[in-house]
Design a protein around this ligand. Structure first.
Ligand code: NDP
Length: 276
């Protein structure tokens, strides 16, 4: 199975599909999911210090014996660790938990209220020291991104935001396009929501002979958004990887785009969410 790759503005090549790790605090389950995904052909994992499973991810990576250079591992600094020195210490803790000497991507998990610029300066330092290949953010809106640039002169290469068929962030996508940033879609399947039951998506799934989840993941990647669906189910882990074997037509993509009228956010609004 061939996973598509995207080349970031700094030349780093990123797999367009990986495994998500949110809501996986059971260490055994977390380790088994990563082991299953790596054995199935995944080479990218998206975790966070807040998910409390970095050590389990690290054990599965070590056991896989996959060459380090072939992996793309993301983790994130939590809001409680914002600030320059705190973020540097949090980075060291994450590397130790993951058993990795360097990270592929290190993101600010949420903008929070006050200290994300100082946190960003720490990530710039880590990039300069070559301890991380890509620095990014999550849940940053254009005004947060503008502030980062105004105060540091460095923009993230990646912004990870909630995006699924019932919720789009076109302002973030437009900003990303004009600043050569990659958008990553979190909760791409709308976990716990109705997107996978939607008649438009089920109709397209029947047309292309794929599952609704595959249709949604393919839609994201054809629209240029990287995805990392979470699953603890080996058949779904395999199913989610097989999205590069088919393509959706322009009309099918547009029909899914049109579902965003629902404006149904399932996660917190970064303008008012200051935890994690
Ligand atoms: P997802 O959209 O990945 O949905 C996960 C759910 O979908 C699970 O319940 C899983 O069930 C189910 N599922 C997976 N594959 C299929 C399939 N083929 N068919 C039907 N159901 C399926 O939600 P997440 O919220 O986990 O988002 C993905 C990742 O994004 C997270 O895991 C995390 O890494 C990241 N994230 C980042 C955030 C941020 O603030 N930066 C916030 C939230 C998420 P099962 O496991 O039982 O198979």
């Amino acid at each position: 199975m061939n996973v598509a790759f995207h080349t970031l503005a700094n030349g780093v090549s990123v797999p367009m599909l990986g495994l998500g790790m949110d809501n996986l605090t059971d260490a055994r389950l977390a380790e088994e999911s990563v082991a299953c995904a790596l054995a199935t052909g995944y080479r990218s994992v998206d975790t966070a210090s807040g998910y409390q499973n970095e050590a389990a991810v690290g054990r599965a990576i070590a056991a896989s014996r996959i060459a380090r250079a072939d992996l793309y591992i993301t983790t994130k600094v939590a809001s409680a660790d914002h600030g320059f020195d705190n973020a540097l210490r949090a980075f060291d803790r994450s590397c130790a938990a993951l058993g990795l000497e360097y990270l592929d991507a290190y993101h600010i998990h949420w903008p929070g209220k006050y200290r994300y610029v100082d946190t960003w300066r720490a990530l710039i330092r880590l990039l300069e020291e070559r301890r991380v290949r890509v620095i990014g953010v999550c849940n940053f809106l254009p005004h947060h991104l503008d502030r980062l640039f105004e105060e540091t002169g460095v923009l993230p290469l990646v912004d990870q935001v909630e995006w699924h068929p019932y919720f789009a962030q076109t302002d973030v996508a437009a900003y990303a396009q004009s600043h050569a940033m990659l958008v990553e879609a979190w909760s791409p399947l709308m976990v716990g929501g109705p997107a996978l039951e939607d008649s438009v998506i089920r109709g397209i799934a029947a047309e292309v002979g794929r599952s609704p989840a595959q249709v949604v993941l393919r839609w994201h990647t054809q629209r240029g958004r990287r995805v990392f669906p979470k699953s603890v189910t080996p058949t779904r882990i395999a199913e989610n990887l097989r999205i590069f074997e088919f393509s959706l037509t322009g009309d099918q993509l547009a029909a899914i785009d049109a579902l965003a009228w629902h404006k149904q956010r399932i996660g917190p609004n970064p303008e008012i969410f200051f935890m994690r």
